[in-house]
Design a protein around this ligand. Structure first.
Ligand SMILES: [Cu+2]
Length: 444
């Protein structure tokens, strides 16, 4: 494995918890442990990888093996999930059924195929019943796969930042409190919105400069409608997949687990611009009534005194690939029962039941219908997918999480390639996953 140490990716001058680059060439040590330090500028007892929130940046290239000596120094069982990677779900790979008890170590090994797409991925715990709490307390870190997209000259010249969007609730004594039953039903959200653990950090841009923002929604349940004031986003990748051509957007809705990779040009009048979370109503009930949250400020983009030579935003990116017509169609119905039951096809998650069996090497269409009162972001491990619209047109954007708005449905097309074994699909509102909205997928 090659873990590059060439870039320091800390976003923010004001951040006291900078992202730290993993510096191992062979084996990365990742210690999940309680820590004490500044989150959102408040001295907080949180959980972090190697004590950091976010955890260290892991960088790899297609063909590398990600090898992590993982230690659990938490007071409870945990494990690791490599969100979005196309790797084996078996053995000590991206296996969500592994459990690492307190005080124990496990060597995770995830060989990336030589064809693995470049992209922004992330790692976080995935123990059924504890995932929301563990992520909410701070456990997550970025994982970058570099490749063709990074070698496009304009993209390579851009100044890169990773923005891990993560909300927190911090009590007066510095403790992150446990969510109530009602909060878990809605999906717990914190009132402190941080980027890389910092409250309203500043990002600097030269006049005419070009930034590359890798934005990760690392929150347990919160949605973000991400915008930088007066600066359209030139989106070059969705989740872990590069787009064939740049898509321009004023703002972008990121459900939990989703990512975008966007270029941003410093071509506006110099000054300070707000990085915003715009209102989006995901159907969660706040104070007894469905509420649309207000616009919130996540940080600032500040023009520096320097002027850079303008770098154009590229239009063409990578060659487009779309999946062929499916061999099979399958339907998934998401419902919310009384008393905190979150169901897929009427069933709550059972560790001892295979819900879906697919044949390796085939392509399927999955129609996911949400009959609930809340949006549910649907995530499938191991294999990315593409969205098919109601007219049957396939979108070349690759995704691993799709938001299914309440009372609507989405069709995804997915190829089950390379890796036999068992894995899961689930709602990425992690409280809903913990409360049963997850199924086991067997590929053979
Ligand atoms: Cu959900």
């Amino acid at each position: 494995m090659s873990i590059s140490r060439r870039r320091f990716l800390a976003g923010c001058a004001t951040s006291t918890l900078a992202l730290r680059q993993a510096q191992a060439d062979e084996e990365i040590l990742l210690d999940a442990r309680p820590a004490f330090g500044a989150i959102a500028g408040i001295q907080t007892q949180y959980w972090g990888y190697n004590g950091a929130m976010p955890g260290p940046v892991i960088e790899a290239r297609a063909g590398d093996t990600i090898r992590i000596r993982f230690r659990n120094s938490l007071p409870e069982t945990t494990n690791l999930h490599f969100h979005g990677l196309h790797v084996s779900p078996t053995g000590h790979g991206d296996n969500p059924f592994l459990e690492v008890p307190t005080g124990e170590e496990l060597l995770y090994e995830a060989p990336l195929p030589s064809t693995h797409p470049p992209g922004t991925f992330w790692y976080h715990p995935h123990v059924h019943g504890s995932t929301a709490r563990q992520v909410f307390r701070g456990l997550s870190g970025p994982l970058l796969v570099r490749g063709e997209l990074d070698e496009i000259p304009e993209v390579a010249q851009a100044t890169e930042h990773i923005l891990m969007l993560k909300d927190f609730t911090i009590a007066r004594n510095g403790v992150i409190p446990e969510a109530s039953f009602g909060q878990r039903m809605q999906g717990r959200e914190g009132s402190l919105l941080t980027i890389n653990g910092a409250l309203r950090p500043q990002f600097s841009i030269a006049r005419n400069g070009l930034l590359r923002l890798r934005v990760v929604n690392a929150s347990s349940s919160r949605y973000y409608r991400f915008e930088v004031e007066d600066h359209p986003l030139a989106i070059i990748a969705t989740d872990g997949g590069p787009l064939p051509s740049t898509r321009w957007a004023e703002d972008y809705l990121l459900a939990p687990g989703q990512r975008i990779d966007a270029l941003l040009a410093g071509d506006r009048p110099p000054g300070a611009y707000r990085i915003l979370n715009l209102p989006y109503n995901r159907g969660a009930m706040m104070m007894g009534a469905t509420a649309t949250p207000p616009t919130e400020v996540l940080g600032h983009l500040i023009y520096s005194d320097t002027t850079a030579q303008a770098i154009p935003v590229p239009d063409r990116l990578v060659s487009a690939t779309t999946l062929p017509a499916p061999n099979f169609q399958r339907n998934f119905v998401l419902t919310e029962g009384m008393m905190g039951s979150f169901l897929i096809n009427g069933r709550s998650f059972d560790m001892n039941r295979i819900d879906t069996h697919v044949q390796l090497g085939t392509v399927e269409d999955w129609v996911i219908e949400n009959r609930g009162g809340m949006d549910h972001p649907f995530h499938v491990h191991v294999n990315p997918f593409q969205l098919v619209d109601s007219a049957g047109i396939i979108d070349p954007a690759w995704r691993d999480v799709i938001n299914v708005p309440r009372q609507s449905s989405r069709r995804i097309r997915i190829a089950f390639n390379d890796y036999p074994g068992m894995t899961v699909y689930h709602c990425h509102i992690l409280d809903h996953e913990d409360m049963g909205m997850m199924g086991i997928l067997e590929m053979s």
